[in-house]
Write a protein of this length. Sequence first.
Length: 118
Amino acid sequence: MKEHVEGIDDWDEPNLATQYIEQEAKTIVNKVESPDVGMAYSMNAYAGCEHGCIYCYARNVHEYWGYSAGLDFERKIIVKKNAPQLLRKQLMHPKWEVMPIMLSGNTDCYQPAEKNTA
């Protein structure tokens, strides 16, 4: 019987750098219509998540942007660069009713890349 040196967790996958894909979003605050979720609004500054948790429910949303729910979700992070301006516009709108906004209900708002920004 031949013994294999490689382990089950050894992959031939190259360690590719994460791509940050800048996008101009149309809106940033989303009304949550689901009655079983305890929030009225959510805001996601990113799509995809470098943390790469295998159990993340947000993975399939990445396919909407034309990327895979697998490694693309972890390595291709869509950054909504105009998020601060859109949020300000939303909060300053005369018809805005003050309500809590859930930050990053879809992916983690604390991406590892943020540790490198000043």
